[in-house]
Design a protein around this ligand. Sequence first.
Ligand code: NAD
Length: 332
Amino acid sequence: MKIIVFGTKPYDRTYFDEANESFDHDITYLETRLDHRSARLAEGADAVCAFVNDTLDAATLEHLSAAGVRLAALRCAGYNNVDLEAAQKWNITVVRVPAYSPYAVAEHTIALVLALNRKVHRAYNRIREGNFALDGLMGVDINGLTAGVVGTGNIGTIVIRILTGFGCRILACDPIPNSRCRELGATYVTIDHLLGESDIVTLHCPLTPNTRHVIDETAVAKMKDGVMLINTSRGLLIDTRAVIAGLKSRKIGFLGLDVYEEEGDLFFEDLSNQVIQDDVFARLTTFPNVIVTGHQAFFTRDALRNIAQTTLQNIREYEQTENCANRITAAT
Ligand code: NAD
């Protein structure tokens, strides 16, 4: 199939080229992100391949359809950036990679928990400046803490498994409880119960109209004083302004983010020579008890290999059957 890969970075190309040796698709790599302005670049292609910050809204999908595109292959799990009703209207099939490496994201989540608790980011800088004082670096034992896991699908389950290994008590919240998590010792409770009792709250649910700003001012007020909040899922799960207020009042003791609600203007690019215009984001980076990473939780060699392999397999399956097991629709 003729495929245009939007938003390509050198590492995408490496793994897609490697995987394509066994598919032989006709791939063109573009650095530009996909949106309604760039969609016309797909003229003559059968499929486009898109990532988390590409915009597949109604206007983009209409342009893609006019360009002859029949398939949008997401090289990610989340699909909140796709208007699935518009895709149906414009006869574009949407497929995704539902689970390329839940370990990658779960392990990065734990990296944030451990770094924040033991202040690894601060210790790193201190040692480089010859400051060997320990004041301000004290943590707590993770063993014995209560961790609240919001969303117990692929990633949440692995987070639970790891935190259980640390000796945490696990509270979980998910409209569809997972028997595997129960076996691991998780107790399913309401979100309010989870927020009220957890020392660590970590978000692993998808972004939907129901979960948008699931952590807002009201939710912050319900949390334990000094709570550690981690979000490696999607930025819009958190109302950043409410969380900044929580950090300033010390209600929130630690914040670890791999995603940010306005990340589309920032992440995946080198902006080190520019002045960051987003004052909310800039404020986040001033707190000593906040670590932000730029949507890198997925970024392991294993994950990139699986993403490329599954994406090209999805395209092959669609090519052969006009359908795909990893298809998503408005009813998904
Ligand atoms: P999954 O579909 O396996 O699990 C999501 C779980 O969330 C499901 O069990 C679902 O029932 C639950 N859920 C839905 N609504 C909920 C709600 N209101 N409250 C609580 N739980 C709810 O997905 P996954 O593979 O575990 O991935 C989770 C999310 O992680 C994805 O949606 C994606 O946004 C994010 N993600 C981030 C990165 C990264 O690099 N930072 C990489 C991959 C995925």
